[in-house]
Design a protein around this ligand. Structure first.
Ligand SMILES: [Zn+2]
Length: 276
């Protein structure tokens, strides 16, 4: 029994109502909802002329983490002050989340390839429940929902209306069936210029990370704990600065090489003059 609990403890998990030890910063963002794309924000949460938006699409933060090249993680189910609430998800709803991240990134310009990110469902344990109980609930819930014909059903994205998987989850709740809670961690990996996936078609000296436009054609950057919208001019300026920094060493090396080559050719010319 002791071995079992030690094994369980090694797993990454959250406890409901706990405040996480990390803070929102340049690479961490908390969200209490899972409205990924802008169209998934319910109209009553959107910004108007008189009210500030109470809710922003997750997409903006993901876009910002991609565009700094440094990556980062968005934690869905953790609210602004770092308190873990979790999100109840059936197996079909987990499928939905994975497919909707894929759908969202396919709409970016350029699209985001699957090796650049990962989606992880981390269990949340309630105050009164043991880890074993929750792990049992997860495995039971996942096996209850493993009807493969359902798992092939297309999910509805790009809308704030409920998908079939959400309606199915509500029906389960009405029948008294509990779904486990999770924190969804969507992680953008830092840009790795040496990853063969990232070098496709790149024949330049500097393999810089691409700048992605989001589903609305906007470009965001992460600055400390906030997300900032960038104009074309800002992007151009930033790119110039980054290329300058990354190229300086290379330029110095090339200058030295050119200088030594011209020395050589001068010497050869003088040799030729002597001979003639
Ligand atoms: Zn769905």
């Amino acid at each position: 029994m002791r071995d079992m609990s030690q094994k369980v403890k090694k797993k990454h998990y959250y406890r409901r109502k706990d405040v996480v030890t990390i803070e929102e910063d340049a690479t961490h963002e908390f969200k209490g909802h899972r409205n990924l794309a802008v169209e998934e924000l319910p109209p009553w949460t959107k910004e108007t002329k008189t009210t500030r938006a109470s809710r922003k699409a997750v997409s903006r933060s993901l876009n910002a983490f991609l565009n700094t090249g440094k990556g980062g993680t968005v934690y869905l189910g953790v609210i602004d002050n770092g308190t873990v609430l979790g999100l109840k998800l059936t197996l079909y709803q987990k499928d939905h989340v994975v497919a909707s991240v894929q759908d969202l990134f396919s709409r970016y310009h350029p699209p985001v390839q699957s090796h650049r990110y990962k989606v992880k469902f981390v269990p949340v344990f309630g105050e009164g429940s043991t880890e074993e109980e929750v792990l049992r609930l997860i495995s039971k819930s996942d096996s209850d929902y493993s009807d493969t014909s359902q798992r092939h059903r297309t999910h509805e994205f790009r809308t704030y209306h409920y998908c079939w998987c959400d309606k199915d989850a509500f029906a389960q709740v009405n029948m008294g069936v509990l779904s486990p809670d999770y924190v969804i961690e969507i992680t953008i990996k830092p840009w790795d210029p040496d990853d063969p996936h990232n070098t496709d078609g790149v024949g330049t000296v500097v393999n810089q990370h691409p700048t992605h436009e989001d589903e609305e054609g906007n470009v965001y950057m992460r600055r400390q704990a906030s997300v900032v919208k960038y104009s074309l001019n800002d992007i151009a300026q930033l790119t110039r600065q980054q290329v300058k920094e990354e190229c300086e060493a290379e330029i110095r090396r090339l200058k030295t090489e050119i200088a030594s080559l011209s020395c050589q050719s001068d010497a050869e010319d003088q040799n030729m003059n002597h001979k003639s």
